[in-house]
Design a protein around this ligand. Structure first.
Ligand code: PLP
Length: 364
């Protein structure tokens, strides 16, 4: 088997893939309704919420668009707290739909600073909502969402969270941290193929939803909720992916959320220790390195493209390069979902062989 160590899609256990080979069922029938209700109840446990969770069919970016168009109206001022590619994407969607985006950008590799968020909110009282990426997959940084959230709530603003690559892997108690609308995607920490986005909404999230005027049809949380009450989705869902998610949630609840979070912390630590032992440096600011994706600064002399190719062709280890302006500047190891320390060891041993072949001369 290939060692697919990218930050999504992630490998899926055999039981989950098997569940997805089942014959189609009527998505307006009783059997599907039961599965949808069970899956939704289990998702709430992993989101650590008593609020609503809705399941939509689409990729993570579709989920980000859904969050924007269900929460905002054209002309609304929003503060975009951005530390990388996905933060910029969230802001770009808001802007595309007519929000007035006030950017608060931090250097890539650094975490967002809660005090800077406070200053930005003080400077512009008309801001309605704050956009935050919990775990910035492009830079391997996990923001201190608890602190950012407490600032956002000092000002009583709506908090919209991209938790696509953190939810279920890194602690994110949605209710305790007052996240109003929070989105994740099936192909990240959930051990399921792409196809589903899962979104939680607080009371305030629903109040905003009822007033939001941005154009929407397919992405409508209110429709999703009213159909969920009948055990249905408004449109044909990715039924097979829901079959997979149903098995994955059973596995996750058997392991327990606290254990899953602890496993990701161990795996993240193993990845960081491993790359440092090879003489490499992390791209993420100390103390904010993510437990689901490790970004490594490409050292002088290293040809990252060549390294990724040799890893893939000769070791069947698949890692990610950097995105946009980080291309050739970093490479990334994804370690979320179905992953343990042994998987990281395999990556580190392969890197040890390949780094010198791709031009890296360690100082050690
Ligand atoms: C993967 C990811 C996305 C985009 O998801 P797609 O499924 O590729 O559309 C958005 N935000 C974050 C933080 C991600 O990790």
């Amino acid at each position: 088997m290939e060692h697919l160590r990218i930050p999504g899609p992630t490998p899926c256990p055999e039981e989950i893939l098997q569940a997805m080979t089942k014959q189609m069922i009527n998505h307006r029938g009783e059997e599907f309704g039961q599965i949808l209700n069970e899956v939704t109840a289990k998702l709430k446990i992993l989101f650590q919420t008593k609020g609503d969770v809705v399941i939509l069919t689409g990729s993570g970016t579709g989920g980000l668009e859904a969050v924007i168009v269900n929460s905002l109206s054209p002309g609304d001022k929003v503060l975009s707290v951005s530390v990388g590619v996905f933060g910029e994407r969230f802001a770009a969607i808001a802007e595309q739909f007519g929000a007035e985006v006030i950017p608060l950008c931090f250097e890539w590799g650094k975490a967002a600073d809660a005090d800077a968020v406070r200053q930005a909110l003080q400077a512009e009282p008309k801001i309605k909502a704050v956009l935050v990426t919990h775990n910035e997959t492009s830079t391997g940084v996990t923001n201190d969402l608890a602190s950012i959230s407490s600032v956002v709530k000092e000002f009583d603003k709506l908090l919209l969270v991209d938790a696509i690559s953190s939810m279920s892997s890194i602690n994110l108690p949605v209710d305790d941290w007052h996240c109003d609308v929070t989105v994740t995607g099936s192909q990240k920490g959930w051990m399921v193929p792409p196809g589903l986005v899962m979104v939680s909404l607080s009371q305030e999230g629903w109040q905003a939803q009822a007033k939001a005027k941005m154009p929407r049809f397919y992405w409508d949380f209110a429709k999703a909720k009213s159909y969920l009450e009948k055990g249905q989705t408004p449109w044909t869902p990715a039924i097979s992916t829901i079959f997979g998610l149903s098995v994955s949630l059973e596995m996750m609840l058997r392991e327990g959320l606290a254990n899953i979070i602890a496993r990701h912390a161990r795996v993240g630590q193993a990845a960081r220790d491993g790359v440092k032992s090879l003489g490499l440096s992390l791209f993420a600011e100390e103390g904010y390195a993510s437990n689901t994706v490790t970004a490594i600064a490409a050292p002088d002399g290293l040809d990252t493209k060549k390294m990724l190719r040799i890893l893939r062709e000769e070791h069947r280890v698949v890692l990610s390069g950097g995105q946009q302006r980080l291309a050739d500047k970093i490479f990334r190891i994804g370690h979320l979902g179905w992953v343990n320390e042994g998987d990281i060891e395999a990556v580190i041993s392969a890197l040890k062989v390949v780094l010198p072949q791709a031009g890296f001369r360690s100082a050690r």
